[in-house]
Design a protein around this ligand. Structure first.
Ligand code: UGA
Length: 434
């Protein structure tokens, strides 16, 4: 099938590359010419495991092309995916600027009938709007069908998830569009759920909202466990064994971040407001997550009333491991608060330092490794559960710090290991080891 994909962010690029890999002829369109030139060389601008290999292979066999020219990119295509960003507006709703721009460019350059497929996360009802908008601006009389195909990919494992996810959702009010998209998607080998247009749009928001709720829930249980002397590891295990609850996504920590959960939870609350339906559960999920980001600094301040002039090593800056993404990373507010209280910060992250420099205060200094960051530090804060940080034995901190005190915001170490190491160890939802 001849397909174009508009937008080469992490969703668009992974979608385009993987659609080419299952045998389609794909042209990815992006208005950023410089980016397109890099992509043409097989270089991925984002860090996604396995993506570069698939890109190279499919560029070589002619299945995957890149262009910044809409006319060229849309020529002869039967299906056009929209995968541009929908960032958060000031009022929490999804900003559709890039979607609008993509619609205008599609309308100007379409020559044949197409199915438009929306991958971008858009408010319920937007697909109908997209169809109308393109139809209104069309230069040539062509027939347009619209479908929603939300993505459920995790950053860092997006290629893996494309072929190993739990389901593919295709929503359309047009039977022919549903059939054709089902055929295209069969190549991924996942269960396919066909729905109407609005339900597909809603499934995306409801999925992310549920997962965010699960995290805020387990964090609330963790905070209470700590107060009453229970251990959240065991609590999570015990509740997760109930299949109705499920064992995944029950890791307590300093809250969720990234480009999806914070944005999509606020967006669904905003959709509720527009529908005149308040969403108190999700409002509390968002508030609880904001508060959770302060938990670790609060613990530090409870133990040490004055951290002015204290040297603090911050390990892990990205919003989660295996990505260099700093969007809504808890490290942003944690470092801000530490600096407000006069701490001196030496930070380390295996891949996110370049991006961190763009968003963290210039007062933060960066180390090239864990050892350098903790050398001579008074306290250590762990903010991201990178494998490298988890593997670094707790005893080793003793070689670099006079009296190692660790505040672990991601429960990277077992309490047994902490006890055996002899370091002072505070974590989330578990008793402190002193
Ligand atoms: C999330 C969803 O998992 C994807 O299904 C969805 O497609 C994507 O958003 C999106 O809408 O594009 P992602 O943001 O890449 O994917 O990351 P996750 O791995 O889901 O983690 C999100 C945040 O939750 C991270 O900050 C992570 O540290 C936190 N988290 C996750 C926890 O605090 N505890 C957990 O048990 C799991």
């Amino acid at each position: 099938m001849e397909i174009s994909v508009i937008g080469t962010g992490y969703v668009g690029l992974v979608t385009g590359v993987c659609l080419a890999h299952i045998g389609n002829e794909v042209t990815c369109i992006d208005i950023d010419k410089e980016k397109v030139n890099t992509l043409k060389k097989g270089i991925s601008p984002i860090y996604e495991e396995g993506l570069t290999e698939l890109m190279e292979e499919n560029i070589k066999n002619g299945k995957l092309n890149f262009t910044s020219d809409y006319k060229e990119g849309l020529q002869g295509k039967k299906v056009v995916y929209i995968a541009v960003g929908t960032p958060q507006s000031d009022d929490g709703s999804a900003d559709l600027t890039f979607v609008n721009r993509a619609c205008e460019s599609i309308a100007q350059n379409l020559e044949d009938d197409v199915i438009i497929v929306t991958k971008s996360t858009v408010p319920v009802g937007t697909n109908e709007y997209i169809k109308q908008k393109i139809e209104m601006d069309l230069k040539k009389e062509v027939n347009i069908k619209i479908a929603s195909n939300p993505e459920f990919l995790r950053q860092g494992s997006a290629v893996y998830d494309t072929f190993n996810g739990d389901r593919i959702v295709i929503g359309s009010d047009d039977e022919h569009a549903l059939e054709l998209l089902e055929k295209i998607n069969e190549g991924f080998g996942l269960p396919i759920l066909k729905t109407d247009l609005r339900s597909a749009e809603m499934i995306k928001y409801a999925s992310n909202a549920f997962l965010a709720t699960k995290i805020s829930f387990i964090n609330e249980m963790a905070n209470l466990s700590e107060k009453i002397g229970a251990n959240i590891d065991l609590v999570a295990k015990g509740i997760g064994m109930d299949k109705r609850i499920g064992e995944n996504f029950l890791n307590a920590g300093i809250g969720y971040g990234g480009s999806c959960f914070p944005k999509d939870t606020r967006a669904i609350i905003s959709i509720g407001k527009q529908a005149d339906y308040p969403m108190p559960i999700l409002e509390n999920v968002v508030d609880a997550n904001e508060r959770q980001r302060d938990i670790l600094v609060d613990k530090v301040l409870n133990s040490y009333k004055d951290i002015h002039g204290k040297r603090i090593a911050v390990l892990g800056l990205a919003f989660k491991p295996n990505t260099d993404d700093m969007r809504e990373a808890p490290s942003i507010s944690v470092t801000e608060k530490l600096l407000e209280h006069g701490a001196i910060i030496s930070a380390y992250d295996p891949v996110a330092i370049d991006n961190a420099k763009k968003v963290l205060s210039s007062k933060v200094t960066y180390a090239t490794g864990i050892e350098e960051a903790i050398d001579g530090a008074d306290l250590v804060l762990i903010l991201t559960e990178w494998a490298e940080i988890k593997r670094f034995p707790l005893e080793n901190y003793k070689a670099y710090m006079a009296k190692p005190i660790i505040f672990d915001g991601r429960n990277c170490h077992s309490l047994e290991a902490a006890r055996a190491s002899g370091v002072e160890y505070h974590s989330i939802g578990r008793p402190s080891i002193k």
